[in-house]
Design a protein around this ligand. Structure first.
Ligand code: DQA
Length: 145
């Protein structure tokens, strides 16, 4: 069965308590439960989170080496991490889907959030639908495989 890596960047471990007006009141465990249910017997879901840019980059290398599709919420790294962009490019240049997701709609927020250095190398981008951003990305990934 296909594995889908669901990678989350800095501060997303605090989902549920962090700015619930922006990110909702559900936590990462709930996200995992929802995605596992959506995937049913079509994919194995592996949800991970780190505050560490290097760790996120290593996980993308792992995705390349194992040909594993990725759903990536790069969080604040979205806006400035060229290292993460280069790693994401390795994934998509290898022909592996990488969907960038955001819970909020960064374009409706502060100006610094309007730039994503990841989008240009992502397979696609889904933002602004709360946890449903991940669910839509999973649909795309499963549909693409
Ligand atoms: C986010 C949006 C980013 O601007 C922010 O830094 C995050 C979360 C989102 O999911 O809406 O941490 O990626």
């Amino acid at each position: 069965m296909t594995t889908v890596l669901v990678l989350n960047g800095p501060n997303l471990s605090r989902l549920g308590s962090r700015e619930p007006d922006v990110y909702g009141s559900q936590d990462l465990d709930t996200l995992r439960t929802v995605l596992v249910a959506d995937a049913a017997d079509r994919a194995t879901i592996e949800v991970r989170q780190t505050d560490d840019e290097g760790q996120l980059i290593h996980w993308l290398h792992e995705a390349v080496d194992s040909s594993t599709p990725v759903i990536l919420n790069p969080a604040a790294f979205t806006h400035y991490s060229y290292g993460l962009r280069d790693a994401a490019a390795m994934v998509t240049k290898a022909g592996i889907p990488l969907i960038e997701v955001h819970i909020s709609n960064p374009h409706a927020r502060e100006t610094f959030r309007h730039t994503s250095v990841i989008s240009g190398v992502a397979t696609g981008v889904i933002a602004g639908f709360g946890f449903d951003s991940y669910r839509l990305a999973l649909k795309a990934v499963i549909g693409l495989n």
